[in-house]
Structure formats: C-alpha cells, structure tokens
Design a protein around this ligand. Structure first.
Ligand code: 2NE
Length: 270
C-alpha cells in the first residue's frame, strides 16, 4: 500500500494500490470511535477516491485487529451531537453514510474485531462486508441513549429482515461473525490472518468487471429505498450515457451552431 503524498490526515489513513483505495479509521485507543474531525476526514478521503480515475474499488477498515469502529466517541458527545474542537456539535456521520451509499464505486468494509453502534451502521452502508472470524457486531444505542432511525434501522431491516433488525436494536446484543453471516449481515467470514488477502482478492475480481455496469447496479440498489433521490441517482447515469450518443450531441451542436436540430436520422427504438 502506498500513502498519498499530499494528504495529512490526523485520524485516518489513506492508501492506494492497484486500483484499490484503502481508508483506515486510525484511533485504535478508542476502538476506532469517530469524532467529527474523523468523519470530516473520511468524507474528504471518500471524495478523493470517488474522483480518482485510478481507483475502482474502496476498502473501509479500522486500525488493528480489535475493532473496525465503535461508533461515535462518547467522550466528546455533547448536548445535541458530537463536539468538534471549535465546540460545534455534529451528527456528520449521517452525511458520510449517504456518501458511501451513493458514490459510484463499490465500497467494501473489511471488519476485524468490533463493529458496534455507529460503527456497525458504517459497515452496513458499505456495499459488501468481509468479516474476520474475530468480528463482533451490534448496536448499543438504546443502552447509551442514542439511535439511528435512518439507514441504521431501515437498511438494517432490508438486510436482515424486520424481526432480526428489531432484535438487534431492541436487545443491544452482540453477534459473532458466524451469526452475522447466517443473518446476511456480512458476505463472508475468513480467518483473521486471511482478512486482507481475501478482501483484496474480492476487490481485484470487481476491478476486472465493467465499471459502468457496477456503477449503475450500485445506483439501482438505492433506487427504491432512497425515493426521488434514488431515482435521481439512477437517472443521472442514464443522462451520462445519453450524453455520449450522437443523438444527444446533435442537440448540443445545433444549439451552439444556432440551427434547428436534425433528429430525423436517429431511429425511434421499439
Ligand atoms: C467496542 C466495545 C464493545 C469494545 O469493548 P472492549 O472490552 O474490547 O474495550 P473497552 O475496554 O470497552 O474499550 C477500550 C477503550 O476504548 C474506549 C473505552 O472507553 C476504553 O477506553 P479506556 O478505558 O482504555 O480509556 N472506547 C471504546 N468505544 C468507545 C467509544 N465509542 N467512545 C469513546 N471511547 C470508546 C466497547 O468499548 C463498547 O461498547 N464501546 C462503546 C460502543 C458505543 O456505545 N458506541 C456509541 C454508539 S451511538 C453511535 O455511535 C451513534 C449513533 O447511535 C447515532 C449517530 C452517531 C453515532
């Protein structure tokens, strides 16, 4: 893995190799809990990976073997959110969730150890999850006075079913990797020593496939859940593809050349 020379993050690492960007939450002393600054750095890193044409797949992970992420840093939880160093309180992880879901490249959660609370929702919003055999999953909200009634509840229900999602939230239990696999919460479970190799192998498999097909499929999985915003995401891909056609370019050219467009030569497909 190669670190980008022009980034200087405090709470995360950004590395890249062979078309894969690896973003690591690097606060192992608090089981990779996030503070607003961590989330802002993650948003910046995902944007970087999104815009970089050399990146086809993104891995999100946590530093060390003990945790993927333990959610919001409870030490800086204030009155109405998580306090940044300027004293403003945020729930900016919700913006990060939307970004991971809508950026048009596959995002793979590579989970060793705990994925708990808001950290559990982060792996949930990733497209795929590869879990090590030491991974443990769960929500703590109702125990610590919090909840995620957005993707944390709705996407959870779609992923594991309504009954199981309610159990996860209402009982605040932890689930081991094999239980998570059985309920469809993760895609595969591998020995901890094989976690990285397996994740990279899955990424390489996706890198061999059509990026446009993966892009539009990713958007299509959001289209019904995300309402008009989901349709917009899918429709934007149609517009992008249409722009590449002679038919769309005739409209642009006619405008620029101050003439009527000639669409007669384009067939009306059945
Ligand atoms: C993650 C878990 C299960 C790990 O347990 P264990 O026994 O392996 O470690 P331990 O000793 O609990 O934690 C090690 C150190 O990390 C800190 C702990 O306080 C401890 O610090 P020291 O005693 O060594 O000083 N730590 C761990 N998680 C932390 C956290 N989230 N914030 C601050 N410090 C943390 C266990 O640690 C655990 O259950 N952690 C709390 C999980 C949790 O409740 N997260 C918040 C959920 S709410 C949320 O994330 C959220 C939301 O619901 C809606 C919007 C935004 C965020």
């Amino acid at each position: 893995w190669q670190s980008a020379a022009d980034v200087d993050y405090a709470d995360i690492l950004y590395q890249q190799a062979e078309g894969i960007a690896r973003i690591t939450i690097n606060r192992p002393e608090v089981r990779n809990a996030f503070r607003p600054e961590t989330v802002n750095e993650l948003i910046d890193a995902f944007h970087r990976a999104h815009m970089d044409p050399a990146v086809g797949v993104i891995i999100l992970t946590g530093a060390g073997d003990l945790a993927f992420c333990s959610g919001g840093d409870q030490r800086i939880r204030g009155h109405e959110g998580y306090r940044d160093q300027a004293g403003t309180e945020h729930l900016n992880v919700l913006e990060l969730q939307r970004q991971i879901r809508t950026l048009p490249k596959p995002v793979v959660a590579m989970v060793a150890g705990y994925a708990i609370g808001g950290g559990h929702v982060l792996h949930l919003v990733c497209d795929l999850t590869i879990a090590a055999d030491n991974a443990r999953f769960g929500q703590t909200g109702p125990r610590v006075g919090s909840f995620d009634a957005g993707f944390g509840a709705g996407l959870m229900a779609r992923t594991v079913g309504v009954k199981k999602a309610k159990e996860i939230w209402f009982l605040c239990r932890q689930y081991d990797a094999s239980e998570a696999l059985a309920m469809g919460l993760v895609n595969t479970v591998v020995p901890l020593a094989e976690l990285e190799a397996t994740t990279v192998d899955w990424c390489r498999q996706m890198l061999r496939l059509s990026p446009t097909a993966l892009r539009i499929l990713k958007a299509s999985f959001n289209a019904d859940t995300d309402g008009l915003a989901g349709i917009q995401e899918l429709a934007g891909n149609a517009t992008g593809l249409f722009y590449t056609t002679d038919e769309a370019q005739e409209g642009r050219d006619a405008f620029l050349q101050k003439r009527q467009p000639d669409f007669d030569r384009f067939r009306r497909r059945p």
